[in-house]
Every structure is written in structure tokens, then in C-alpha cells.
Design a protein around this ligand. Structure first.
Ligand SMILES: Nc1ncnc2c1ncn2[C@@H]1O[C@H](COP(=O)(O)OP(=O)(O)OP(=O)(O)O)[C@@H](O)[C@H]1O
Ligand SMILES: [Mg+2]
Length: 253
């Protein structure tokens, strides 16, 4: 896929002053995050720091308590058709692949474009096959998810998200449920996407990916963004004690 020239110099994702509570518990505190078009941001931080919550608020799987989130200049609506449309602009890939078990690989990828984007079946299938080829599982199109390896299923999940032509892709620990030998095949697809100019927010502890593909690392702890820097700077010279402590544990494991 050729990279799309930016249509505007405005940032693609703007999270401002976002607070998120679950009852009395505050999961996100004073979050300000701006992601430019074509930028790849890796979000890293200890368990429970709010990384998944941040992803889930950006595509409105979770509501926010206050603040605002805009995608391509438009604020996320609370509900209705506008929400479905804006959510379709945000592709999401989770740790568990969430493919529909009773549908073939091809049907998994064409479902959204046919139902939500109202594409003709033949057109949706043509695009889906091209996407499946791109992530290296084109020859598996007629199989069921259970017949594929975890790494193959996760690449299908990426193709399925791309089929909706999202403006931004969110990845929440996409490789952490995979056997080690399958991690790289998924990361390679993600590095390719980044090279093609896709705007990406990626929660991952894969430092190799961050070094290779990220423009910026955002470090979260206790629901807050504690620091952000270019990967090399973050990994070699973290500023906060929280980040130093986190990185020392990550390296020794
Ligand atoms: N639906 C919920 N109800 C109540 N508390 C929640 C809910 N979802 C998340 N939390 C809490 O919010 C905090 C942030 O959770 P979140 O899943 O965003 O962390 P995370 O950084 O993604 O952690 P991990 O690395 O383990 O995936 C945690 O303390 C969690 O227990
Ligand atoms: Mg999480």
C-alpha cells in the first residue's frame, strides 16, 4: 500500500485533559496526548498503569469522565451513527485475536466492509484477499480461525482491522499471547505498516519494535503519562525514577 500524503497538518489524534474513573478509582489522570499523521507511538508501562484503558477510550469502547478526544478534528460522539462511523476510523487489534470462530478467514475480513462500509461482496473479497496476501496468509483465506496458528490469526486480525480503512490503528499488546517464534511474524507486519505511513498507537513491551518503528515512546504509570521521548533516548536515558525502575525490571526478565 502506498503511503497516503497527509491531508492536513493537524494532528490525527488529540487527547486532552482526559480523566477516567471506574467508580471511586481513577484509571486515567490528566492525559494529554497528541499523535501526528503517520506517527508511531509506543505506549509502555507497568501492569495497571492505564495503557489498555487509554486505547479503549480512544475508540470509545470506554467512556471518559471528562476531557476530550478528537480523531481527525472530530470529537468522539457519545453514541449513534456518528459513533459507529468514527469508530470505524480507528482500527483496533487486541491481545486475543477475537476472530469469529464460525466464519472463514475471508469472511472475518469482509464482514465489516460489507456490513458497516456497505461494500459489494465481490469488491470486499478482492480487497480482503489483497490484505491477507499483504500480511502473509492469503493462502489461508478459506480456512476457519482454529485451523491457523496464533501468529497467523493475529495477522488476520490486523488485516480485518485494515479492511475498514482506518485512519489510525491501535494495538494493545498484540504479541503477548503468542508463542515466541510467532512474535516476529506479527511485528514484521506492524513494522511494514509503520513504514507505509500508518498512524499507530502500540501498547507493547517489545523494545525491538519500539526501536525499529516508533517515533516516540510514551511511558505511563498510575494512570498518568510520566514521560515521553524518542525510543533511543527513553531506553538509554530515562528521566523519571518510575521509568528507570520499570526498565530495569523489563531487562532482567
Ligand atoms: N472495567 C473496569 N472496572 C474497574 N476497574 C478497571 C476496569 N478496567 C480497568 N480497571 C482498572 O484500571 C486500571 C488500569 O487498567 P488497564 O487495563 O488500563 O491497565 P494496563 O496498563 O493495560 O495493564 P496491563 O499491562 O496489565 O494490561 C487497573 O487498576 C484496572 O484494575
Ligand atoms: Mg492492558
Amino acid at each position: 500500500m502506498a503511503s497516503v500524503p497527509p491531508t492536513s497538518s493537524e494532528p490525527l489524534v488529540v487527547v486532552s485533559d482526559v480523566q477516567k474513573h471506574y467508580g471511586q478509582f481513577q484509571a486515567l489522570k490528566d492525559i494529554d496526548l497528541t499523535v501526528d499523521r503517520g506517527e508511531v507511538v509506543v505506549v509502555i508501562g507497568p501492569s495497571g498503569s492505564g495503557k489498555s484503558t487509554l486505547c479503549r477510550t480512544i475508540n470509545r469502547l470506554e467512556t471518559i469522565t471528562s476531557g476530550s478526544i478528537t480523531i481527525d478534528g472530530k470529537e468522539l460522539p457519545k453514541e449513534g451513527k456518528g459513533l459507529a462511523e468514527l469508530r470505524a476510523d480507528v482500527g483496533m487489534v487486541f491481545q486475543s485475536f477475537n476472530l469469529f470462530a464460525h466464519l472463514t478467514i475471508l469472511e472475518n475480513v469482509t464482514l465489516g466492509p460489507i456490513k458497516v462500509r456497505k461494500m459489494k461482496k465481490a469488491d470486499a473479497e478482492k480487497e480482503a484477499r489483497a490484505l491477507l496476501d499483504r500480511v502473509g496468509v492469503g493462502h489461508q483465506a478459506d480456512k476457519l480461525p482454529a485451523q491457523l496458528s496464533g501468529g497467523q490469526q493475529q495477522r488476520v486480525a490486523i488485516a480485518r482491522a485494515l479492511a475498514m480503512k482506518p485512519k489510525v490503528m491501535l494495538f494493545d499488546e498484540p504479541t503477548s499471547a503468542l508463542d515466541p517464534e510467532m512474535i516476529n511474524e506479527v511485528l514484521d507486519v506492524m513494522v511494514g505498516l509503520a513504514k507505509d505511513g500508518m498512524t499507530m498507537i502500540v501498547v507493547t513491551h517489545e523494545m525491538g519494535f519500539a526501536r525499529k518503528a516508533a517515533n516516540r515512546v510514551v511511558f505511563m504509570a498510575d494512570g498518568q503519562i510520566v514521560e515521553q521521548a524518542v525510543p533511543e533516548q527513553f531506553f538509554t536515558n530515562p528521566q523519571s525514577d518510575r521509568a528507570k525502575d520499570f526498565l530495569s525490571k523489563l531487562i532482567t526478565h
